[in-house]
Design a protein around this ligand. Structure first.
Ligand code: ZN
Length: 164
């Protein structure tokens, strides 16, 4: 698995006792990978954001923040009663027009190509060997922030991911 390093300054330390045990999946909600990388590495935005990995539609994987550090992707969130999901999760963004660069413009949700999903599965397998992440704890942003977020959205093929 080839991972392209593309460091973002947008991260901080995880709390000392935090154990990484889940993955949060997102769509980028913008038209191009370049646009996504720009946003996720910009130190000057009013609300600075990042994630650990970005996967392009062709399956290229970019690492923006080391897994051991706390990336800023989930915002106000909770999982199984635990708040601040950024503290204990790995965040993966999938390049996909989502709502704003997809559904809102065309009336249909952009698909996630097989090459992208295969790369995601490979990355998830790797992360599950490295950290105590179970299949049930591979979740969407929509699951940890249901009132605020809808990504990775209705086009995301959960069936393919659950079969890892
Ligand atoms: Zn998200």
């Amino acid at each position: 698995m080839k991972i392209i390093q593309y460091p973002s300054p947008n991260f901080n330390e995880r709390p000392l006792a935090a154990k990484i045990d889940c993955v949060v999946l997102h769509y980028t909600d913008v038209a191009t990978l370049d646009e996504a990388l720009q946003i996720l590495t910009d130190p000057n935005r009013e609300s600075r954001v990042s994630c650990h990995y970005v996967i392009d539609e062709d399956g290229s994987i970019y690492q923006l923040v080391p897994a051991e550090k706390r990336a800023w992707h989930a915002g106000v969130s909770s999982l199984e009663g635990r708040e601040n999901v950024n503290d204990f999760s790995i965040g993966i963004e999938l390049q996909n027009g989502g709502y704003y660069a997809g559904y809102a413009l065309t009336g249909s949700w952009p698909e996630f190509p097989d090459a992208q999903i295969n790369a995601l599965k490979e990355l998830l397998n790797h992360l599950m060997t490295k950290f105590p992440i179970t299949i049930e704890r591979i979740v969407g942003h929509e699951h940890v922030a249901p009132k605020l977020k809808i990504d990775p959205g209705p086009a995301f093929p959960w069936g393919k991911i659950r079969k890892i």
